[in-house]
Write a protein that binds this ligand. Structure first.
Ligand code: PLP
Length: 384
């Protein structure tokens, strides 16, 4: 059969396990369509178990969880927050919305995570926090970063959008920061279409977080029967998801081990199947440093340059494989220039890898034939 008559291998195929439809119907039948119903409680308990977080609040997205973290930090206009340039705009937006200045640091060429050696030089008297992003769920150098944050009195926040199920030195990602933001967007390992969570590893923050998530009111305490009426207490917004989405999330979290086993099998098949080809063509595969256990969130290749990245994507597309690029640097984006600044040393590595990176299809919904097709298509590309 010619490749053109085959169905395209999608970059992401929404994967559903066993119980999603049953739980969705149950939520609707039960009438628990607003937030904080029985499925929210079930999903939250599962998430706490997986991450070891002291507390967790489901949110409507990772973007909103990050916004909550910015409110919880009581940032003032002009305060500075250090973060990588190589990340999604939500990491920066959350803090810029509070009037704070995102300070963009370069990434390491091996893991593409914030380069911990550049953080100290980016600190000024206005610095209040550092946000790390574990790219592809491969951990940042948390020991060094944690030590710097402690020494300078900075809040450490994990944008853990990629990192559910990842570990650094035996400890789950999401358990290092004062807060961590999770994503359950359709492209993530565990998904409910649009969704997220804020993990809270400090009990004092947890009390206020619950208020901020419920429009700045103590309605959660009222619904638990702890107070006679609820009031407007703080600033906040409506960050809690419908229990219908929590029902979907519960089904996914219950199937976490199966989802992960399948994703790891795909990740490993790429890593082994492309090893010789990558070495012969000057293509780099992901680096997983000692002490990091990754959650198979994404599989990327670093092509020699932009020209080959674009040609490689077109080559795969012609073979019926949908591969995509990823983050564009934030420090040089229009809003990055307007609201942020670049840390000393610039972001040359970020600029370089953003041009060269390509992500291969990866989801628990890919079958073995599709994975073989992706590998075979890549193997016929020659860097010349
Ligand atoms: C690092 C990072 N942070 C935040 C987000 C935003 O996640 P969400 O779509 O759940 O708001 C993304 C999206 O993929 C991301 O990659």
């Amino acid at each position: 059969m010619s490749t053109t008559s085959l169905r395209t291998v999608p970059f992401n195929r929404t994967h559903v396990c066993d119980n999603e439809l049953g739980y969705l119907a149950e939520a609707v039948r039960h009438g628990s369509t607003c937030g904080d119903g029985p499925f929210t409680r079930r999903a939250t308990a599962l998430l706490k178990e997986l991450t070891g977080a002291g507390d967790a609040l489901l949110t409507t997205s990772c973007t909103h969880a990050l916004e909550m973290s910015a409110i919880l930090l009581d940032l003032r206009p002009g305060d500075e927050v250090i973060m990588p340039s190589f990340t999604f705009c939500s990491t920066a937006n959350a803090y810029a919305l509070r009037g704070a200045v995102p300070v963009f640091a370069d990434c390491r060429p091996d893991t593409l995570n914030i380069d911990e050696r550049l953080i100290e030089a980016a600190i000024t008297e206005r610095t209040r926090a550092a946000v790390v992003v574990h790219y592809g769920g491969i951990a940042c150098e948390m020991e060094t970063i944690g030590e710097i944050c402690e020494r300078y009195g900075l809040a450490l926040i994990e944008d853990n959008a990629h990192g559910l199920g990842g570990f650094y030195r035996g400890r789950p990602l999401g358990s290092y920061g004062r807060m961590a933001a999770q994503s359950f967007h359709a492209t993530k390992n565990v998904q409910c279409g649009e969704g997220g969570a804020l993990l809270l590893n400090d009990p004092e923050t947890a009390v206020r977080a619950e208020i901020i998530r419920e429009k700045g009111t103590d309605r959660s305490r009222f619904f638990r029967g702890q107070i006679a009426k609820y009031q407007w207490i703080d600033i906040g917004s409506s960050y809690l998801p419908s229990d219908v989405l929590a029902a979907m999330l519960t089904a996914q979290l219950e199937s976490f081990d199966r989802i992960q086993a399948r994703r790891h099998a795909v990740w490993q098949a790429y890593h082994e199947g492309l090893a010789d080809w990558a070495a012969a063509n000057g293509v780099l595969r992901p680096t997983v440093p000692d002490g990091c256990a990754h959650p198979a969130h994404l599989y990327y290749l670093l092509m020699p340059d932009l020209h080959h990245r674009q040609r490689f994507i077109a080559h795969l597309a012609a073979a019926g494989v949908q591969a995509v690029f990823h983050y564009q640097p934030l420090h040089s984006a229009p809003a990055g220039l307007r609201y942020g600044r670049t840390a000393p040393g610039g972001c040359a590595v970020t600029e370089n890898v953003a041009d060269r990176l390509v992500r291969l299809p990866l989801s628990a919904g890919l079958d073995g034939d599709e994975v073989t097709r992706v590998i075979d298509a890549a193997l016929t590309y020659e860097v010349r």
